[in-house]
Design a protein around this ligand. Structure first.
Ligand code: KMH
Ligand code: ZN
Length: 283
């Protein structure tokens, strides 16, 4: 893996699990998403991982909503725009494939089925393969989501079978601390990192809930990048709710700065990930 002078900070502002009624500060409308994205970019985010909500604030994979969000964020920020293909645990596999129609820069691609609290997050091999090949054809760069050590082996199988992604870079994100997946501990994260196939060019880590800080610190110390946001954690500190995603990004950027690996620019993130530049040039 190449040296990692800066830190890619991804913000995952919304997710598909929380209800707006329970967490009113969760950004769910397009206006809230754009405001969030701008504020997070200003304090160090270089990529945004998006789950979109409908007019009733429910998770949706509707093409109109997805493409409106991609377009607005591309126009009003220079963040790398990543759409979730995981959606919610209730979304059918066929519909999850249609996310690519919105032409994001990047898409998530989870490398296996996992228990997800009381639910099951389904990612059978056939779905992973179809999504991977379609992403290659459409020149969308996948971010491989690894919820468990078995997912690392499935990633190696995917790369063996289908070759490198568009752009030639392989970026993975360890999603730790999901009830049913790998725990949010330094030991589990390091076991995953040790298993990464040689094609991997960069990795980041996410700790769900109270594991977000220890996992971020472990990732920074081991040359990894960071994902933070209200999709993963809505508690800033004991008894203190997150009021805005930018608080989490700002703290991540501060940690990265202290570790002498400051938050990277969106241009550096584009180079790191090998994404296609879909922005329209300004005159
Ligand atoms: N919402 C989870 C079921 C992804 O975005 O690709 C899946 C998830 C992963 O959040
Ligand atoms: Zn997600």
């Amino acid at each position: 893996m190449p040296p990692t002078p800066g830190t890619l900070i991804t913000v995952a502002p919304t997710g598909a699990e929380l209800d707006k009624a329970d967490v009113p500060q969760l950004p769910t409308t397009l206006e809230e998403l754009v405001e969030t994205a701008k504020a997070c970019e200003a304090v160090g985010a270089a990529m945004i991982h998006l789950h979109i909500r409908d007019a009733e604030h429910r998770p949706t994979l509707d093409h109109g909503y997805l493409s409106a969000a991609v377009e607005a964020l591309r126009e009003q920020t220079s963040l790398v725009v990543q759409l979730s293909t995981g959606g919610s645990v209730h979304d059918p596999l066929e519909q999850r494939l249609t996310v690519l129609d919105a032409e994001p820069d990047s898409c998530s691609l989870t490398c296996g089925t996992t228990n997800f609290g009381d639910d099951v997050f389904l990612n059978p091999w056939g779905f992973m393969s179809d999504l991977y090949v379609q992403a290659q054809e459409r020149e969308v760069v996948p971010e491989f989501e690894l919820f468990d050590l078995g997912h690392v082996a499935a990633l190696a199988r995917l790369l063996d079978r289908h070759g490198l992604p568009f752009g030639g870079k392989v970026h993975v994100d360890f999603v730790t601390g999901v009830p049913g997946g790998m725990p949010g501990t330094t030991a589990a994260l390091m076991a995953g990192v040790a298993m990464l196939p040689p094609e991997v060019t960069s990795w980041s880590a996410t700790g769900i809930g109270r594991s977000h800080l220890p996992v971020a610190a472990a990732a920074l110390s081991a040359g990894g990048h960071l994902r933070v946001g209200m999709e993963d954690n809505v508690v800033y500190a004991r008894g203190v709710p997150v009021e805005h995603n930018s608080q989490l990004v700002e703290r991540a950027a501060h940690l990265a700065e202290v570790m002498q690996r400051p938050a990277m620019s969106t241009d550096d993130a584009r180079a790191l990930l090998g994404v296609k530049d879909r922005r329209t040039p300004t005159a």
